[in-house]
Design a protein around this ligand. Structure first.
Ligand SMILES: [Zn+2]
Length: 402
């Protein structure tokens, strides 16, 4: 059965989405996370294999510089970009680390501008970013993205001037940064935080060559806002970059998850370039967890250990007959696996199935009931976690089944 033909790919896109992963920049800015240069290089290698086409890096500390060098030496298909503030030292530093591409970050909302430069006029602020872009693009021939920090709270008249000024200075792409996650995916939501409205206004009223969305998850809308930007770009922009992090790691509530955006693009919109690459998603998630110390919640979509776990009677009964009853797609598609666990909510069907699986014998109805009553007792004692295999085996031996 071709699952995708049956249930997915009813939609298509008239724009090319490009994943610009920032796990190694925004992601590791999450409090308490760190990654060694060797592990950063392995993460970059796997991101590249999964179909990420641009990878954003830090390059300030010695370990970041070492990671940047190792990643450049891998000669990946993905482009490698260094993150800079709008100051020459940062751009010089990126050049000395071998970057041919940089992202220059600069606030665009008055909340940020007034807090950071209370005495500067709008013109002085524009000059500041234009100088940095010209220095990188014109003087040093770098490809330049400009990140409009806090775009979703910016005054549009100022932001429009800002985008045109950086485009004139040589920037090829403008990043809409939903810095505090207040963007809305509703096409009716107006500027500054209506994401579709902004994607369209930038096309209609500025001359920048391409755009990018960078969404934070403070309202839990980061993936939806990223997808909304991509949908709004369809038929309007020839391509759109999506700045995401694996597992959504990042500042505060984090970012849009790379794996979720990729799977939405592949399954719902039929974006073919991810074909055959999605089975690496779980592997990379587990590697990042190990490398950074980030603990993946078990129920995390796609890559959580329990993303395909079934325990309740109705669900396991259904899954034993046809896994599609309670799974949207086979776990192997994302490199995950199905887990049928035994616990508080287990019913006869799964217990019988597990006994057969572990002993190779078909138990009598009485034996199944005896096992179930032992399980029930354990949970009456306040137990919460599912049973480990050895615990289940012990119960089987107690009722003479092993
Ligand atoms: Zn961010």
């Amino acid at each position: 059965m071709n699952l995708k033909e049956l249930y997915f790919n009813r939609l298509s896109l008239k724009t090319e989405p490009i994943i610009d992963d920032t796990t190694l920049r925004d992601g590791v800015q999450m409090p308490g996370l760190a990654v060694s240069p060797e592990d950063a290089a392995e993460i970059a290698r796997l991101l590249d294999k999964i179909g990420v086409e641009r990878i954003e890096l830090h390059h300030y500390q010695e370990s970041d510089k070492k990671a940047a060098k190792m990643i450049h030496d891998l000669n990946l298909s993905a482009r490698i970009a260094g993150w800079c503030r709008a100051v020459k030292e940062d751009i010089d530093d990126a050049i000395s680390c071998g970057f041919e591409e940089v992202g220059i970050s600069h606030p665009v909302s008055y909340i940020h501008l007034r807090a950071k430069w209370p005495d500067k006029t709008d013109e002085e602020l524009l000059e500041r970013v234009v100088d940095a872009v010209e220095y990188a693009a014109r003087d040093h021939g770098l490809r330049v993205f400009v990140h409009g920090e806090d775009s979703t709270r910016a005054d549009w008249e100022f932001e429009k001037k800002f985008i045109n000024a950086v485009a004139d200075a040589g920037a090829e792409c403008y990043r809409i940064c939903d810095t505090v996650g207040i963007g809305l995916s509703d096409p009716a939501a107006p500027l500054p935080n209506g994401i579709p409205a902004k994607v369209k206004a930038i096309k209609a009223e500025t001359k920048i060559e391409s755009i990018e969305i960078h969404a934070h998850d403070d309202f839990g809308n980061a993936v939806e806002n990223t997808m909304a930007a991509i949908r709004a770009a369809s038929g309007v922009w020839d391509k759109i970059y999506a700045s995401t992090t694996f597992l959504g790691i990042g500042e505060r509530a984090g970012n849009a998850e790379t794996e979720k955006v990729i799977l939405n693009l592949y399954m719902h919109y039929g974006v073919k370039k991810y074909e055959g690459k999605t089975p690496l998603l779980k592997k990379l998630a587990d590697f990042i967890s190990k490398a950074t110390g980030y603990k993946i919640p078990p129920n995390k979509a796609i890559v959580g250990d329990y993303a395909f776990a079934h325990e309740s009677g109705i669900h396991t009964h259904g899954v034993l007959r046809n896994p599609l009853t309670y799974e949207p797609y086979p776990p192997e598609l994302v490199g995950n696996k199905r887990r049928l666990t035994i616990g508080k909510h287990s019913g006869r069907a799964i217990v019988k199935h597990k006994i057969q699986e572990l002993t190779g014998r078909t138990p009598s109805e009485e034996q199944v009931l005896a096992v179930l009553s032992k399980i029930k007792k354990i949970y009456e004692g306040g137990r919460k976690a599912s049973l480990r295999e050895e615990e289940f085996r012990r119960i089987l031996s107690e009722v003479g089944l092993s």
